[in-house]
Ligand binder design. Structure first.
Ligand code: HEC
Ligand code: HEC
Length: 378
């Protein structure tokens, strides 16, 4: 888990950094969106970022555009295309704004969950595999918000912690399943949300949730909706805290006014350790496993089993798993020797569940898949 956590922290830090950078870059950019350089991308429905597919070269692929820029110094990139903006400007709000047309049942969600989510989040969302727990905990656990994490601290599951269901359906749409976010249809989004809410014991008008659609979604009241104020001592503790945070003078700028441009001589915040180079670049090309039709490699049983049970984590390095095709990473792993690597694949290690969670695979089948992964990464 350490590995994964570091990864997530690094990811978070880079997102914050790039958010800051892009904001300033856009402020300086001309108001009209820059025209796309010819041949670099074309709009497409199935593209990862909702609007754009990037040129693939020499069997290389990338979720986002291959970074051809110098890694010395910071490059601000280009202004987003209207398509890209549209793809991300799609919030689903607590009042129901942004909810898609569609519907789905908890039963359909349950099947989807077993297929797409259980491998990381555990059966019925119970966790235990090192990834966030999605169910369990009770609203009672929130009474003790000031306790350090441990026995008395809140259980941060959907039912006991999340104040709005809109966050859940939005999160599922934009971030999950981890390896292919934004892949769910509106009906699947409703089905998955219905299932997870039902598993958390959330009800609508006192009735169990069996089906969700745009209309009954707005009636959901999450158990913890009003629980987001610290449990401050004293009879007026909660009111005092609310009043405190209503007044911007109490936090942030001393003058109480927000400043976005020409904010005077004193910078609002100063970057302590300015990043001057990004090495290695965030986006790198990687060779796909070679497709050799004559050998039927892509359709071998091991290749198929890999796609079914392992690719969800091993296709990219986003999960902290050695990505298939990343030569250096696999060469490093193989320094332990094939026996040890096979042992780890079968019994699990760190964020790698035993047999990748596919317990139906025999030890020999796992070994064949590992061989395929190793061969594809040379
Ligand atoms: C490959 C592993 C993986 C798979 C598969 C996966 N998730 Fe996740 N999920 C994660 C990780 C890792 C996080 C934490 C992400 C973070 O905090 O940045 C997460 C976070 C979440 C959260 C937020 C939890 C919280 O308390 O903040 C929800 C909800 C969620 N996933 C739902 C789903 C659903 C629904 C599916 C199936 C459609 C799914 N996940 C599939 C790894 C996975
Ligand atoms: C839920 C995500 C996930 C799934 C599914 C998964 N892996 Fe992994 N795998 C990981 C992570 C994370 C690591 C890195 C573990 C570490 O080094 O701490 C890893 C590492 C490995 C390694 C390297 C072990 C070593 O000794 O360095 C092998 C081999 C491997 N996985 C094989 C497989 C196979 C085969 C499958 C499918 C049957 C599979 N994995 C499915 C997450 C996953």
């Amino acid at each position: 888990m350490i590995k994964l956590n570091n990864k997530l922290i690094a990811l978070g830090a880079s997102i914050v950094a790039s958010a800051l950078l892009t904001t300033s870059a856009f402020a300086a950019a001309p108001s009209k969106t820059e025209a796309a350089p010819a041949g670099i991308y074309k709009a497409t429905k199935n593209a990862l970022d909702g609007g754009v597919t990037y040129k693939r070269e020499k069997g290389s692929y990338t979720a986002y555009r291959v970074n051809e820029q110098s890694t010395k110094g910071i490059n601000f990139g280009r202004a987003p295309t209207p398509n890209e903006l549209k793809a991300w400007d799609a919030d689903i709000m607590p009042d129901g704004t942004g909810l898609p047309e569609g519907s789905g049942t908890a039963e359909e969600g349950s099947e989807l969950y077993d297929k797409d989510c259980a491998v990381c989040h555990g059966e019925f969302g119970a966790g235990g595999k090192g990834y966030p727990t999605l169910t369990g905990g009770s609203i009672e656990s929130l009474k003790n918000q000031r306790t350090c994490p441990g026995k008395d601290a809140p259980n941060r599951t959907i039912g006991s912690y999340w104040p709005q269901a809109s966050t859940l359906i939005w999160y599922i749409r934009d971030a999950m399943p981890y390896a292919h976010p934004k892949s769910y249809t509106p009906n699947q989004m409703y089905a998955m949300t219905a299932y997870l809410l039902a598993e958390n014991g959330v009800k609508i008008d006192g009735e169990d949730i069996t089906e969700l659609n745009k209309d009954n979604f707005k009636k959901i009241v999450m158990p913890n909706r009003d629980g987001f104020y610290p449990n401050i001592d004293g009879p007026k503790g909660v009111e005092n805290v609310k009043a405190f945070y209503k007044d911007p003078k109490n936090f942030g700028a001393i003058t109480g006014t927000r400043c976005m441009t020409n904010c005077g001589k004193e910078p609002v915040a100063k970057i302590a350790n300015e990043i001057t180079a990004v090495v290695p670049p965030y986006t790198t090309a990687r060779d796909l496993p070679k497709e050799d039709a004559s050998k039927g490699a892509a359709s071998s049983p091991a290749a198929k089993a890999y796609e079914k049970s392992c690719a969800v984590c091993h296709k990219t390095d986003a999960m902290g798993a050695p990505a298939v095709g990343a030569k250096a990473v696999w060469a490093k792993a193989m320094e332990k020797g094939m026996d040890k690597v096979n042992h780890n694949a079968i019994n699990g290690i760190g964020g790698m569940p035993p047999k990748g969670g596919a317990m139906n695979l025999s030890d020999d089948e796992v070994k064949d898949i590992v061989k395929y992964m190793v061969e594809s990464s040379k």
